[in-house]
Design a protein around this ligand. Sequence first.
Ligand SMILES: [Zn+2]
Ligand SMILES: [Zn+2]
Length: 242
Amino acid sequence: MSDSNMALPQADRAGGPTDLSRCASQPEALIPSAIVLVRDDDPDRKPLLYACAKCGRVHSPRIYLATDEVAHRTAREAAEDCYNCRTHNTCTRCGAECAKGWTACDACRLERKHAEAEEIPDDGGPYCAFDGDTYYQEMEYAADDGCEWVHPCHITYPKIDPDNVIDSLLSDMHEDADVDDLVGVDALYEAVKAFNEAQTQQSWYPDSKRKIRVPAKGIEAGTAETGTGSVHESPVTEGDAP
Ligand SMILES: [Zn+2]
Ligand SMILES: [Zn+2]
């Protein structure tokens, strides 16, 4: 089959003219029909591909691992409810509008994270705002910020992995090079060990699977402070965690 054999798009449903001004997110009755593509030389006009009537994005039934009937129905539905033309998704839990790329709204996702996180007693800190990126050295700063829940944090220190250093060196040497071709390896390991042990700068990573309840702040007359607490803003990258 070559492209030149493809018929021009035709409106599919009998009596269902394709109104390009209609938006895919409008009620179902107003969803424009998919454009059905057939081979120009096929007397049976057997549907081959389906395209969005609004933007023309094409959906092939051949990408679905299903019976022919199901694959065609799925491709047609994908063309009718065109993801490209959609302005938002619908939350599968509460039905509210949510951003494209998500199947649940922010509120439902937060609720779910809460439900799934294991509650633990206060471990002394540091802490991270629940599902947030604000860090607290002390629990009272989290309370000052109005947090109800925080995550405990993992603490890491800068660390050189000597194996990586050796591997990197060997990869720059001739093909058969191995660690025995290097001099002073033991001394390197010892120096790296001392270096690693000397590091004091912490990085904090929230343990998002666990949560700690922030105690309600006691109302102490005359000692009200409105500081936002000390916020630790080390670069936090999941991939950097050991
Ligand atoms: Zn579209
Ligand atoms: Zn929702």
